[in-house]
Design a protein around this ligand. Structure first.
Ligand code: SAM
Length: 290
């Protein structure tokens, strides 16, 4: 292995050499702790058979470790100032493709087809925190073939991903995670593992995709519309949340009927329902769509 990028000394050298200015708007906090990097790579269980997608390579510290272990790494970085730096820091590796684009605009499905014949890839990243949820939801909803997603996120986001019903952290993200995958906290990571230091703690979470969802829903799109509508106004009852937010789809009386059919009390709040109850409600309401 060539000298690791992820040391405070090497990172500062690179930043100075290129006169790189951190961009807050891109959520740039570079990892400088080799132990944490190792934990990410080990827990992602990458082998020389794997094609890995990395979101936001920064100056390449994680990319380098991924390239050592994977068959191929596709790294998508939005900041064009980082591209010449990456070409330099990763010049020893021939198994890395760097793409200068916004991950939310990249056609990942097409990339997986081109680079891995549509076989499942692994996603590994120290995510830009301002778009954690859209990135993860996008990976799930676009049905990209993925085995697992191992990512650094804000500690509070990791908590939301694993929350229990009727707690403040429980919400649409929790239910999406439950529906699509099995979450496991790999490590808690303090601010001093990054340059610059974020204000809050972080966590590495591994999301292993289910081969099939744990509940059977006839209309997946409707499930997530119902979940979002239920948490849109948290303090409202489920029936009011649904009738206010999905007026164009359901009559209030039909919502009451559907709830009754599956044994939900009329004054229950959305935050009290587990995934199974949401999917039962979806299957009932699916019959009542206007
Ligand atoms: N992987 C590096 C590391 O661990 O040191 C950098 C991680 S830093 C938290 C997040 C990275 O994502 C930055 O390099 C940032 O420029 C990049 N980024 C931010 N928004 C992005 C987007 N929409 N698409 C692709 N990359 C993005």
């Amino acid at each position: 292995i060539t000298e690791p990028i992820a040391s405070p000394k090497r990172t500062i050298e690179i930043i100075k050499k290129y006169d790189f200015a951190f961009q807050k708007k891109f959520g740039q906090n570079f990892l400088i702790d080799h132990h944490v990097l190792n934990k990410i790579v080990t827990s992602s269980e990458i082998s020389k058979d794997d094609v890995v997608v990395e979101i936001g390579p920064g100056i390449g510290s994680l990319t380098q470790q991924l390239a050592e272990n994977a068959k191929h790494v596709i790294a998508v970085e939005i900041d064009k100032k980082l591209i010449p730096i990456l070409e330099d820091t990763l010049s020893d590796y021939s198994n890395i493709t760097i793409i200068n684009e916004d991950i939310l605009k990249v056609d990942l499905g097409k990339l997986v087809e081109e680079k891995n014949n549509n076989k499942p890839i692994k996603v590994v990243a120290n995510l830009p925190y301002y778009i954690t949820t859209p990135i993860i939801m996008g990976l799930f909803e676009k049905n990209i073939p993925i085995t697992s997603i191992t990512v650094m996120v804000q500690k509070e986001v990791a908590d939301r991903m694993r929350a229990e019903p009727s707690t403040k952290d429980y919400g649409a993200l929790t239910l999406a995670i439950k529906y699509y995958c099995d979450p496991y906290i790999v490590a808690n990571v303090p601010p001093n593992c990054f340059i610059p230091r974020p204000k809050i703690g972080s966590a590495v979470i591994k999301l292993t995709k289910h081969t099939s969802p744990p509940v059977k829903v006839d209309n997946e799109k409707l499930l997530f519309r119902i979940i979002r509508a239920s948490f849109n106004q948290r303090r409202k009852t489920l029936i009011n949340g649904l009738s206010n937010n999905l007026q164009e789809m359901f009559e209030k009386s039909d919502i009451r009927q559907a709830m009754d059919n599956i044994g939900l009390q009329s004054n229950i709040r959305g935050e009290a329902l587990n995934l199974e109850e949401f999917s039962n409600l979806t299957n009932e309401l699916n019959k009542f769509i206007k």
